[in-house]
Ligand binder design. Structure first.
Ligand SMILES: [Zn+2]
Length: 274
């Protein structure tokens, strides 16, 4: 039903950050401030065009603590994910790292983000082509340059997401919100419902029906395994997975706040499960 033009440019203005949604130099400058303040370890996984594809991790990861991965910015027009992650970091206290091992992929598709369009500068979709073959990551014809970098580090990302993966997307065609979620259950449990309701505090929850050919019920598309990054990590053993979808037809700052809130809720929920 919905079709997204992969090269249509979308930009908005953020009052929270006093810049345009595709202002990549401000984004990286503000990110670096938080990386320094929190003492995050920077690990360059590879290149995404002329930008580095970096993973950030909390210092001194401990074996007895849950390991969580939060990623954002796979699709360039879905700007509230990366800005929401920055907002979340602004509010974060480093004491949290005594409880969890946190890993972050703040901006997977910088070339698309800068242009405000979905695909990367090579015209590839960075959230496709994550194949699991005999327990190992493998690319296919759909795998993007960024995807290949992530697949090369699948063991590292598997360990980083052992207790959960949250990936933050947006749906520029909608005014309503929904999530994809993955749990080892027949039906969505409290984890999925709580994260959906976190977004529901900001936006109306999508009506039952189909979105991108997937059945959505009570705002949740449940255990839908495709060749996305998040489904790949769940196949690799992440205990839970969520892909949040904030509505691009709503105010950008509200979307940024919603993304920041779901990141905090994701951590709280996983901590509560331990
Ligand atoms: Zn997306």
């Amino acid at each position: 039903m919905s079709s997204r033009d992969p090269f249509q440019s979308y930009t908005w203005k953020s009052d929270i950050f006093s810049c345009d949604s595709n202002d990549i130099s401000t984004f990286y400058a503000r990110l670096n401030e938080q990386v320094t303040r929190l003492g995050l370890l920077e690990r360059k996984l590879g290149d995404a065009g002329r930008y580095p594809l970096n993973l950030y991790q909390s210092p001194a990861q401990k074996s007895g603590q849950p390991s969580l991965l939060i990623s954002a910015g796979f699709h360039g027009e879905e700007a509230a994910g990366p800005w929401g992650l920055l907002h979340f970091l602004n509010e974060l206290e480093p004491e949290l790292f005594q409880q969890i091992n946190l890993s972050l992929l703040p901006l997977v598709n910088p070339t698309g983000f800068k242009r405000g369009h979905r695909f990367n500068q090579l015209g590839e979709n960075p959230n496709r082509g994550f194949v699991l073959d005999n327990g190992r990551g493998k690319s296919n014809d759909d795998t993007s340059a960024e995807g290949k970098v992530l697949l090369e580090h699948s063991q590292l990302l598997q360990a980083a997401s052992k207790d959960g993966i949250l990936t933050c997307h947006e749906d520029v065609l909608l005014t309503d919100t929904y999530i994809y979620s993955f749990e080892a259950n027949q039906n969505p449990g409290p984890f999925s419902k709580h994260l959906r309701d976190t977004l529901g505090q900001f936006f109306p929850i999508a009506q039952d029906g189909e979105i991108d050919d997937c059945p959505v019920r009570d705002g949740i598309i449940f255990n839908h395994f495709d060749l996305s990054f998040e489904a790949f990590l769940v196949r690799l053993g992440a205990s839970v997975g969520v892909c949040s979808e904030t509505p691009g037809k709503q105010n950008l700052d509200q979307r940024i706040l919603a993304n920041s809130a779901i990141m905090q809720a994701f951590i709280d929920q996983v901590n509560a499960r331990q």
